[in-house]
Design a protein around this ligand. Sequence first.
Ligand code: UGA
Length: 440
Amino acid sequence: MKITIFGTGYVGLVTGTCFAEVGNDVVCVDVDADKIERLNKGEVPIYEPGLEELVDRNRKAGRLRFTTDAKAGVEHGLFQFIAVGTPPDEDGSADLQYVLAVAGTIAEHMSDYKVVVDKSTVPVGTADKVRARIAEVLAKRGASLEFDVVSNPEFLKEGAAVNDFMKPDRIIVGTDNPRTTELLRALYAPFNRNHDRLIDMDIRSAELTKYAANAMLATKISFMNELANLADRLGADIEHVRIGIGSDPRIGYSFIYPGCGYGGSCFPKDVQALARTASEVGYDAQLLQSVEDVNLRQKEVLFAKIKQHFGDLAGRRIALWGLAFKPETDDMREAASRRLMEALWEAGATVAAFDPEAMEEASRIYGKRADLQLCSSAEQALEGADALAIVTEWSVFRSPDFAGMKQRLKQPVIFDGRNLYDPDRLAAQGFHYYAIGRPV
Ligand code: UGA
C-alpha cells in the first residue's frame, strides 16, 4: 500500500519505517531539510534500539524514502499520516498549528481520495478541526474531492518503539465511516498477531483513549511516589510495599516503581493537556492536577536529600549517573536530571555527569559551563566527587564495583533516585545510602 507520513520525528519515523518493513511503499515528508538529507544518507537522528538497521534495510530496498517535497508526498499515499509535533502552549494545551498546517498542505495538493490519519497525540475534537481545515482549503480550490479523517493514536514507548509498533497490544482506530475502518484493518493486518488487536470506535473516544492511557500510567507513578514519601516519614520500605501490592493482579507490578518523577515528552505534556481540556469543558479535573503537582514535587526530592545531608552545597561536586529521562534513550525532555542539576547549580555545586547515550544531548542543551563536567565514563564522573546521585536506571548502573566507587568518591555517599541497590548491603560496605521511600 502507498503511505505518506508527515513528520519524521520519533513517532513518524518509527511508523513509516515499520510500515515499510512489512512491504508497504512509504514516503516520509519533513520540512527540516537537514534531517531529510541525513536520513537519505542512512543517518538516524534519534537513538532508538533497532531503528537504524530497519531504516537502512528498507531505504536500500526502495520501500522507504525521505523528502521535503510535500506535494510529491501528498500525491504518493492513499494514507496520509499526520505525525508532527504538538508542543504544549503556555497554558498547557496542545499547540495544533503544525497538525493543521499539514491538513492544509494535504488539501492543497490532493487530487484523489485520501485517508488522513491523525497519529500525533491531539486533544479530543482535533479530527473535526483537521476535517474542517481540509474542507476549507478544498472549497477555496473549488475542488470537490472525497477524504476521510481517522484517529489512530500511537502507544509507543521510547526505547522499545520498534517492538511496540511491530507487536502492538492494541491498535486503536477511531472513524466515522466503516469503509475507513476496513482500509485501516487491511493496513494493520501484518501487525495482528494471534488475535485481532484492532479496536474500532468513534473518533472522539479514540482521541480520549490515548490521553486516558498516559494519564492512568502517570497516576500510578505519582501515587507510588506519594506513598514513597510517606514511607520515608513513617520508617517503612516502599520496595516491600510495592511488591506487596503488585502481587494483587488487580493492581499489577508494572508502572508502580517509585522514583524521582516521571519525565519524557509524553506524560508531563499529556497530563497537563488533559487537565486543560477538562477545564475548557467546565470540569475541574482534581486528580489529574494532583498527578502533575505530585510529579513536580517529586523532581525536588533527591535534591532535598542532598541538601539535608550536606547543608551548604557551595563548592560541592556531585557525580550524576543518568541524564536521559529513562534508559535506552538519549531523550532528556522533562528529565529528572535537569531539575536536579539546575537545583545543584543554583546552590553553588558542580556536577560531573555520565549517561550511556545522552552526552551529546546534554551538551546541546547546556553547552559549555564551568559547573558541568560531561564525563566519558561512569567511573570518571565519580573521581573526586562528594557524592553520587543516580536518576536513570540504566542497566550498567545496576551492579557497579562498589569498592572502586568508594576509592574514587571523596565521601561514600549515594543518593539513589531509582532504588537500584540493597540498603543493607551498602550500609555493610560503609556507604551512606539514600533511596526513595526506604529507611536510611
Ligand atoms: C509513554 C507511554 O508509556 C507510551 O505508551 C506512550 O505511547 C508514550 O508515552 C507516548 O505518549 O508517546 P514514554 O514516555 O516513552 O512512553 O516512557 P515510559 O516508559 O512510559 O516512562 C515515562 C516516565 O515514567 C519515565 O520518566 C520513567 O522513568 C517513569 N516511570 C515509569 C516511573 O517513574 N515509574 C514507573 O513505574 C514507570
